[in-house]
Design a protein around this ligand. Sequence first.
Ligand code: LLP
Length: 378
Amino acid sequence: MEQLREAATPCYFYDLQLLRETLAAVRREVPENDPAFRVHYAVKANSNPRILGEMAAQGLGADCVSGGEIELAIAAGVPAGRIVFAGVGKTDEEIELALRAGIGCFNVESEPELLVINELAGRIGKKAPVALRVNPNIDAHTHHYITTGLEENKFGINLELLPGVLRVLKGLENLEFQGIHLHIGSQILTMEPYALLCERVAELQRTIEAEGLELKSINVGGGLGIDYENPDANPIPDFREYFSTFRRHMQLREGQTLHFELGRALVAQCGSLIARVLYVKEGTAKKFVIVDAGMTELIRPALYGAHHRIENLTSSEGEETYDVVGPVCESSDCFATDERLPLTHRGDLLALRSAGAYGEAMSSAYNCRHLRPTLYRN
Ligand code: LLP
């Protein structure tokens, strides 16, 4: 923490040692040479090149949702064959980039997208590996903004439409069918939805085999949650429980591979947003701590009502209740209400913990604000 004292704020701080320990914990459950399980990193959670470099060094694949993410993953050393490209709205340019790079799989979300990929692959003279994203209609009991596997979502192909799409796919000669892709949501803390997902996959296997297609891979997405309230007590998610749920419930056929694409669980706990206290303002019923970071640097509280644990890195004396707010001209620019903190003063440094996932990656330049240089513990 010493290196943070003089930090130019607001900035992100990443503990790369914790990241390596987290990845080592994943590798204990799923070694790189595991015969069936393949772990990918969902780049959207954090596309910082040093973080991507750590993922590549561990042999993880990358789950990308844009041409930009594909380019970053390749630049960080992820082999193109371990990249999957997902998203409901892939542009022609992005599809071409991915085809030329030779990515491992397109996760296709609709019939019109299949037709476009087939046409572009034909023009380039390549066969495109494709998986169909299926909407499993499972409630992951998480925030409605981050639930993706329910029927009314824009993602994936609904179960009853699948046989028709499979028939179309069989007639497209520039596509190579790989398998299916499912994702049920994010910040999932119980294993029950994953066990249900395994049951759903068993039914899907039968539907697809009935169409005479062979399923080479099954991608079960990501979503494993983390402990936002106690990051120090639980810095590393329970990967044993997570992967063993799939080992127990998923009935893989001979030679099939099971793909995971974890984002938050890999990177959330290694990152903090560091902010400096500008003012402590007395209201009539409340005291406000006004910091130099806002929703522009960490939007999760404003967007999802998420709470990130806040620590005062400078003071530890006394205790007081504050609302911790940012400088942006929006009422939702508030990190926490009624937060218990040590007595806090102008100039104190605060850490907003568990901000390594969907923190910096979702930051914006609204109000012409800019993050200061990122700091690392190496
Ligand atoms: N695979 C797919 C198809 C996804 O849509 C997502 C996340 C992931 C994998 C990775 O999910 P994770 O393991 O990180 O839960 N911005 C929100 C989270 C949005 C998640 C979007 N999809 C937040 O800050 O909570």
